[in-house]
Design a protein around this ligand. Structure first.
Ligand SMILES: N[C@@H]1[C@@H](O)[C@H](O)[C@@H](COP(=O)(O)O)O[C@@H]1O
Length: 240
């Protein structure tokens, strides 16, 4: 695991965009695994800027997102579909037919999870998976659990995640209770993983996830077992 210390959030974003940009330059038809949450927004801004300047070409890039709320449609401004279009897809020259997220409106969980898992396999796997880190150590929506969940699945969100994500909704009642998420195995099969973290409020979980025991109670701790992980975190997030 390589840990890159950044000065602050802007620096995290720039450094993460450098790594994603290098991946696109080295392999123009790469498969990027993408993440939502507030942390990756700055990196998406940098990527959009570099695409606008002609430094990056997304025309052959494909993407698969980590997760999506179950029950939110694409027009809902809290859906991850909406988020990804707003922060990245509508701002770069990507072919939208090559961008993929779980379908939050598919009520048949088994069917949707199988479709998504098959899709990732059909695309040849993920070259670079971007991850944020939840306060309880979740990655994607893989919540703390007695065992690591493997493939894409429909999960019940924990109270702490509902609480953390309610800031984006009118009230906690409106936060969906379930989500589709890539599983830990799906994430761990990515050839390279890039984790972005910022802020002192994440310092405790960063320390536990990166240097504590590997346990499904802290899903991100499994990343210690991956052969090619880069963590870009600011001083505050690394302070513990
Ligand atoms: N499903 C997403 C995660 O993929 C993300 O990593 C997490 C942290 O978000 P933030 O970066 O806003 O702290 O939030 C959500 O729960």
């Amino acid at each position: 695991m390589r840990i890159i210390e950044a000065k602050d959030y802007e620096d995290v974003s720039r450094k993460a965009a450098d790594i994603i940009g290098a991946q696109i330059i080295l392999k123009p038809d790469c498969v990027l695994g993408l993440a939502t949450g507030s942390t990756p927004i700055g990196a998406y801004d940098c990527l959009a800027e570099r695409c606008k300047n002609g430094e990056l070409d997304f025309s052959r890039v494909s993407t698969v997102n980590l997760d999506e709320y179950k029950g939110l449609d694409k027009e809902n401004d809290q859906s991850y579909y909406y988020f990804m279009h707003k922060h990245l897809f509508d701002r770069v020259n990507i072919d939208k037919a090559r961008t993929h997220l779980p379908d939050g409106m598919e009520p048949d969980s088994d069917k949707e999870c199988k479709r998504y898992e098959d899709l990732i396999a059909f695309m040849g796997g993920i070259d670079l998976q971007l991850l944020g880190l939840g306060h309880n150590g979740h990655i994607g929506f893989n919540e703390p659990a007695p065992a690591f969940c493997k493939e894409t699945q429909c999960v019940n969100l924990t109270e702490s995640t509902i609480e953390a994500n309610k800031r984006f909704f009118a009230s906690a009642d409106e936060v969906p209770r379930q989500a589709y998420t890539m599983g830990i195995k799906t994430i761990m099969q990515a050839r390279r993983i890039l984790v972005v973290v910022s802020g002192e409020d994440k310092a405790g979980i960063v320390a536990r996830a990166l240097s504590g025991d590997v346990t499904p109670e802290i899903p991100a701790s499994i990343l210690q077992m991956h052969p090619d992980v880069i963590v870009v975190a600011d001083k505050a997030a690394l302070s513990k």
